[in-house]
Design a protein around this ligand. Structure first.
Ligand SMILES: *Cc1c(COP(=O)(O)O)cnc(C)c1O
Length: 414
């Protein structure tokens, strides 16, 4: 298809053909997929998109594949919920939740990037896929790689949540638990990627991986009635998702699918791993790497590959960043469950708690339209809530025993 021009260096703009490469040979800048927007503008309209199936492939002209989709055929098009109960508690007029806790086969937004990357890995002719993961990518590559028939090498920090490790192991990949944090795992994987001809989804074919994140942004604009929100709050690990949400918004504007774009982009992080929000708050674009220590393990990247670009997007759009404590993360997970019936993983707690701070400090205005991105399901990180929920009522199997408890409950709710 003629809609992709090639790869292009984000720093020096040097162009490369579509190949499994990710850094510029001349300036070492990261490569990004470049499209022919003029030709896409001619063939892609609101009407064409609306006629297609409700999954992430409905935006395929803006995704870097040549042939037909091969992996993750039903992923995407997750709900955008108008969260009126939560809006009332937060004291804002209009709040939407982009709910990536549901629809996807492995219950996180990583199924978006994996659908695109494994399709691309197949096009490139790889037989082995691999990744360095903070948890959700491991789960998604393990699952999608199984059904697509790839050999799989999955690298994780050994300290990951037990539930996420089991969720990956069930698909029987080669799971390698590394004694070290994500940044150690990632460094090791870069070395391995240089030596073995494997498709490391977030390393040597990262430019294609990253494009998958745009689909959450396309969906938000479509689901708002082809309009951009005033604010969007995005959780950050490497910072890739945040930069791609903004890229997707700009693409829809540039090809005329949305008319106006005046969105502020906000970054959300955990205090125990906040290199991006710390840079934003101190007004610098120098990312100082940290050693992660937070329950939000899916966001625990101390040296974020796209951190610099994330700070640029925040600055360019007039957004800001926040970071929150583990207790604030837990409280926000519970608030979201109580008000909207959504059970988010720790990353969702980070996003909501950060949004609340941004509202309280006036960075997000109460009369504006705000979308918060909830990117993973709470069933995946139940450990984080151990000892932090209410307790069940324990009874003997008799009516009398139940009614004793019922009396107490009714008294309590008077
Ligand atoms: C990976 C991940 C993110 C964001 O990751 P980036 O590296 O910043 O793109 C957000 N939420 C969850 C649940 C994730 O697993």
């Amino acid at each position: 298809m003629g809609h992709i021009k090639g790869l292009k260096c984000r720093e020096c703009s040097r162009e490369y053909p579509i190949e499994p490469i990710y850094v510029c040979e001349f300036c070492f800048g990261p490569l990004e997929v470049a499209y022919d927007y003029q030709s896409i503008a001619k063939s892609l309209s609101r009407k064409t998109i609306e006629k297609r199936e409700k999954n992430l492939w409905r935006y395929r002209e803006l995704l870097p594949i040549d042939g037909e989709p091969q992996v993750g055929l039903n992923s995407g098009y997750t709900p955008l919920l108008k969260a009126d109960n939560l809006a009332k508690v937060l004291g804002v007029d209009t709040l939407f939740i982009k709910d990536d806790t549901v629809v996807h086969p492995t219950l996180s937004f990583k199924d978006r990037v994996v659908a695109i990357t494994l399709t691309k890995a197949r096009e490139f002719g790889f037989d082995t896929v691999a990744c360095a993961s903070t948890g959700n990518l491991a789960h998604s590559v393990s699952a999608h790689g199984a059904s697509a028939g790839f050999k799989r090498f999955i690298f994780i920090p050994a300290s990951l949540e037990a539930s996420k490790i089991i969720a990956s192991l069930v698909y029987e990949p080669n799971l390698v638990a590394v004694d070290g944090n994500y940044d150690d795992v990632n460094r090791l994987c870069s070395e391995i990627a240089n030596k073995y001809r494997w498709a490391f989804v977030n390393i040597n074919i990262r430019p294609f991986y990253a494009e998958g994140s745009k689909t959450i942004g396309f969906e938000i604009l479509e689901q708002l009635g082809w309009k951009a929100p005033d604010n969007v709050v995005v959780p950050c690990a490497s910072g890739s998702l945040l930069t791609k949400v903004w890229k997707s918004f700009k693409e829809f504007r540039d090809i005329g699918i949305v008319r106006e774009l005046d969105t502020k982009v906000f970054a959300a992080q955990a205090k125990g791993c906040s290199p991006i929000s710390t840079a934003v708050k101190s007004g610098t674009d120098v990312i100082r790497p940290v050693k992660p220590n937070t329950i939000a393990k899916s966001l625990a990247i101390g040296n974020p590959a796209d951190g610099f670009y994330a700070t640029q997007v925040v600055k360019e759009t007039g957004g800001y960043a926040e970071d929150v404590t583990d207790q604030e993360i837990i409280d926000a997970i519970k608030l979201l469950a109580r008000t909207e019936g959504i059970f988010a993983e720790t990353a969702g707690g980070v996003t909501l708690a950060s949004a609340m701070k941004l509202i309280e400090t006036g960075k997000i205005r109460r009369d504006e339209v705000t979308v918060i991105c909830i990117t993973g399901n709470g069933l995946k990180t139940q450990e984080a809530l151990q000892g932090h929920t209410i307790s069940p009522h324990h009874i003997r199997p008799s009516l009398a025993s139940f009614e004793e408890v019922l009396k107490k409950i009714q008294k309590g709710s008077d």
